[in-house]
Design a protein around this ligand. Structure first.
Ligand code: BGP
Length: 481
């Protein structure tokens, strides 16, 4: 039986973005190059290539993004028109500290976000700020090999002190690291951890050891713990969350061995990082995992205290798909930074991501049972090829169907008793794909005339889904027809 219950009063409805995927203006007003500026465009079949130096004859899609830098007022007005009361965005670290290890911040970069946050406030939109979303100043990669170095902790703290102090009256909700748990994966770990020093070539060819990945993550946990503590001590009004890429997986069969295998995968992928950031300590299962994977963490005195003191206030996650894990033959399908097992009961997007709204209800219940703190879905969406029809419109029924099913699933979870604060759709406006660097993998309710070959007028057009989401928000999630 489905519920008739709606969402709590004050529920946060909005959309989520990341600086490197939409701001553009990569070398404007003193901004330094960031990791993503070295990634060329790719596709489903062709991995993105990384170049050591920026080659002016090559196309780097993140350099221009969708030029939010110069369109922010228009874009935020469109979000307000849809009814947003929250907007998730990230700060580009290299706008504030162009090299990452600079002694002083870049005033022009700070001033840009003042304007953006003021504009949000004028529209009664609450900013939700990701401090590090898959990017860091490239200089930190060249000189320190990203989060492999302990020194990054200090640079990150200085960055946070600067933005906390500057925006304390404008921003209340903060997330430390986007999808921190992608750092556990060989593939997909490089954007988060920056472990690409000296690498040139297809991103799929970068490989790291478990030792390197978990050491880099340890530094991020300490850094996150320290800045959460700082926020709590100095700015009691702040709420700081974690952010995980939740990839729900099911055991392929009822063979108990499949359940054990899936439990291990759920721990590695979904629980390990949040157990640390929510509970404040390494989980007991980590010991055996580290032994079996030759991981010996180097820790300094005080690291575990920093982690313990930095427990987050709310749990946030992205949810796009689910997968299957088993010990027998499991067919593989594509996914977010990863490949998972295929589920015969689910449909897929054109990029092979399995669509599973019921899994969102299940995941919300599992997470809430485990942590008992407020939750927020800060990314959910569907990448699809959109067509502008002769009437100048975009009839994206597939996206509307995806949206409604996931909102209905959240409603069920709320009726199940989950404390859910809000929902931010990934890519409310078309932007550059993180995984493939494509523009044609579109997520937006707002179409942007920008294409993979770098051409386009940057014109914004409301898609049919724009009006569908507007209705959902206006009815606080009740109107799903
Ligand atoms: C998440 C990232 C986002 C976003 C999204 C969609 O992993 O946090 O940055 O890009 O996935 O993925 P993609 O852009 O590869 O389609």
């Amino acid at each position: 039986m489905s519920t008739t219950q709606t969402f709590p009063k004050g529920f946060l409805w909005g959309g989520a973005t990341a600086a490197n995927q939409f701001e553009g203006a990569w070398d404007v007003d003193g901004r330094g190059p960031s990791v993503d500026d070295h990634f060329m465009g790719g596709s489903f079949e062709r991995p993105r290539e990384i170049t050591l130096a920026i080659d002016p004859d090559k196309l780097y899609p993140n350099h221009d993004g969708i030029d939010f830098y110069h369109h922010y007022a228009e874009d935020i007005a469109l979000f307000a028109e849809m009814g947003f009361n929250v907007f998730r965005l990230s700060i580009a670290w290299s706008r504030i500290f162009p090299n990452g290890d600079d002694a002083e911040p870049n005033e022009a970069g700070l001033a840009f976000y003042d304007k953006v946050f003021d504009c949000c406030r004028e529209h009664d939109i609450e900013p939700l700020v990701t401090i590090s979303h898959y990017e860091m100043p490239y200089h930190l990669v060249e000189k320190y090999n990203g989060w492999a170095s302990r020194e990054l902790i200090g640079f990150f703290e200085r960055y946070c002190e600067t933005i906390f102090d500057r925006y304390q009256d404008k921003v209340t909700y903060w997330l430390t690291f986007n999808e921190i748990n992608c750092g556990t994966m060989d593939m997909g770990s490089m954007m988060e951890t920056g472990l690409i020093q000296g690498f040139e070539g297809p991103a799929s060819e970068i490989h790291t050891t478990a030792q390197q990945r978990y050491q880099a993550l340890h530094h991020q946990f300490v850094a996150s713990g320290r800045v959460v503590r700082l926020a709590h001590e100095r700015y009691p009004q702040f709420k700081v969350g974690n952010m995980d890429c939740f990839i729900l997986s099911y055991a392929a069969t009822c063979d108990p061995k499949d359940l054990i295998a899936n439990q291990a995968e759920m721990r590695r992928m979904n629980w390990f990082c949040s157990d640390i950031q929510v509970r404040g300590y390494y989980p007991s299962y980590a010991k055996r995992f580290f032994e079996e994977n030759d991981v010996r963490l180097e820790m300094a005195d005080g690291d575990l205290d920093d982690i313990a003191a930095g427990k987050v206030d709310f749990y946030t996650f992205s949810y796009y798909m689910s997968g299957v894990v088993g010990t027998h033959d499991v067919k593989k399908t594509a996914g977010n930074m990863t490949f998972g097992g295929e589920n015969p009961y689910l449909e897929k997007t054109d990029w092979g991501w399995q669509i599973d709204p019921d899994g969102l209800r299940y995941a919300l219940n599992e997470i809430y049972d485990r942590y008992q703190i407020p939750l927020m879905v800060v990314e959910n969406g569907m990448g699809a090829k959109d067509e502008v029809t002769p009437d100048g419109r975009i009839h994206d029924d597939y996206r509307i169907a995806y949206l409604r099913k996931h909102v209905a699933a959240m409603r069920e979870a709320v009726a199940d008793g989950v404390d859910l604060m809000g929902y931010t759709w990934w890519g409310p406006i078309d932007l550059v794909s993180a995984g493939t660097g494509e523009m044609r993998k579109r997520y937006g309710f707002i179409y942007v005339d920008k294409h993979d070959d770098g051409t386009g007028s940057y014109e914004r057009i409301r898609k049919d889904s724009f009006y569908a989401y507007q209705k959902i928000i206006a009815s606080n999630g009740a109107d799903l027809d």
